[in-house]
Design a protein around this ligand. Structure first.
Ligand SMILES: Nc1ncnc2c1ncn2[C@@H]1O[C@H](COP(=O)(O)OP(=O)(O)OP(=O)(O)O)[C@@H](O)[C@H]1O
Length: 286
């Protein structure tokens, strides 16, 4: 496949403008993803994961901040440039395999159809649909000639990934590619994503499943529209935001619920103690 694309977000903001009020979905995302890396975006419902994915795909324009995907500056890009980006550089797999597939076409025809969006001069460099299907493990038993509804749930999801990979993108974005799959089917899809990453493509997956996060190598937890935590090799770290704030994990919030007054005490050994104030310390203070 093609060389992976790096992603850089700096102070990335997205606001849904509704009649009468605004919803700030992303409130300053700082994030670097290296070319060829695979990352899982985790976080509570409504935290902004899907919005971030849509911005990376060039489907929504940033409201503020900076965003680059490979050489593309997505803040300055014209609609025509964004269209080119989507056609040849970024593959998007929407949540729910079927939404990515045309039910009346076979697996191979679905991949070929997706390749029609690639600019003509690049099309001759594209792999044959059967090779894309081979990459996601959909060969043999005539599966390339099956329509989506004749495939099993994990095969359908892998076909959706093949459609996302049809244009040989440098960045693959997938929203919940393992939801509604049993463990065996989920593992098949994860193995496929691993093959995609090893081919050099950058992979970003939105998921609610912490196990998927572990398998992807790096997790980025979105909380309240910004990066609240990062995980590497199973270790989780809170991320200090550009305004100095830290989103505490749930376990810490049980000890320090919102509104708690804490003393912040840097220690000589480089650690920092958070010490909740005793009621006697704050009594009578207005
Ligand atoms: N089309 C829209 N119009 C208005 N507000 C929206 C729209 N889409 C999302 N939002 C709001 O933006 C915020 C972030 O939503 P988003 O879907 O990105 O979160 P998410 O982390 O992907 O959630 P989930 O895990 O439930 O899919 C939420 O407050 C949501 O209600």
């Amino acid at each position: 496949m093609s060389a992976g694309l790096a992603v850089t977000c700096r102070g990335l903001v997205y606001i849904y403008r509704l009649e009468g009020y605004d919803v700030v979905a992303l409130s300053g995302v700082d994030l670097d993803i290296s070319a060829g890396e695979s990352v899982a975006l985790l976080g509570p419902s409504g935290s902004g994961k899907s919005t971030l994915l849509s911005l990376l795909a060039g489907l929504l324009p940033p409201s503020a901040g900076r965003l680059t995907v490979g050489d593309h500056d997505l803040v300055r890009a014209t609609p025509a440039e964004l269209q080119t980006l989507r056609a040849k550089d970024v593959g998007v797999v929407l949540q729910g395999a079927s939404r990515n597939l045309l039910p009346y076409l076979t697996a191979e025809q679905n991949v070929r159809f997706a390749q029609r969006g690639v600019p003509a001069e690049r099309r001759r460099e594209l792999p044959e649909p059967r090779d894309v299907l081979a990459m996601v493990g959909l060969t043999g038993r005539g599966r390339n000639r099956q329509r989506p509804q004749r495939l099993s749930p994990d095969e359908r999801q892998r076909l959706a990934l093949a459609v996302g990979l049809a244009g040989r993108p440098g960045l693959l974005l997938a929203d919940e590619p393992t939801s509604q799959l049993d463990t065996r089917a989920r593992d098949e899809v994860l193995l496929t994503l691993d093959t995609v990453r090893r081919s050099g493509t950058t992979v970003v997956v939105v998921t609610h499943d912490p196990d998927v996060g572990l398998r992807m190598g790096r997790t980025v937890t979105i909380r309240d529209g910004r990066v609240g935590a990062e995980g590497r090799r199973g270790e989780d770290y809170a991320v200090v935001g550009r305004d100095g704030t830290v989103h505490l994990p749930q376990e810490a919030l049980r000890v320090l619920p919102p509104g708690t007054l804490v003393g912040v005490e840097p220690q000589p050994d480089g650690t920092v103690l958070l010490v909740p104030a005793r009621s006697s310390d704050v009594e009578g203070v207005q």
